[in-house]
Design a protein. Structure first.
Length: 124
């Protein structure tokens, strides 16, 4: 993970939860423990490699717990830790904001994402 440029608490949160998938994975784990394959079905756009990397990062941060059961085939289950449960209000606010965005007249999720990426690239 990159070092903090400002030391700001929002930046620290974004270092861990930023990106496309991590908070989304957390949101699905708020419903309870899930197996890797269940999460893949919940988030079909994520590659297996990216999901593995993001789950490992969340585990290393102490936000999720990975449990391997001695079965054939091996069963691996992910669940939020007590610290991970602290993200529930964050997910709730993000969901509320997303619903607000989608309800805005003329909002187009595809073009909004393209505009954000184009603006970020122009700033670089």
């Amino acid at each position: 993970m990159k070092n903090s440029a400002t030391g700001c608490s929002v930046e620290e949160s974004m270092r861990l939860l930023g990106g496309r998938w991590r908070l989304l994975l957390v949101s699905y784990l708020l419903d309870g423990p899930k197996r890797f394959s269940d999460l893949r079905r919940d988030v079909p756009g994520i590659s297996q490699r990216m999901m593995t990397l993001d789950l490992r990062a969340l585990e290393q941060a102490g936000l999720i717990q990975r449990t391997v059961y001695a079965e054939v085939p091996v069963k691996v289950e992910y669940r939020l830790t007590e610290d991970g449960e602290r993200l529930r209000p964050v997910v709730d606010v993000m969901q509320e904001f997303g619903l607000w965005l989608k309800a805005r007249p003329g909002y187009n999720a595809t073009s909004a994402g393209d505009e954000i990426e184009a603006t970020s690239e122009a700033d670089d």
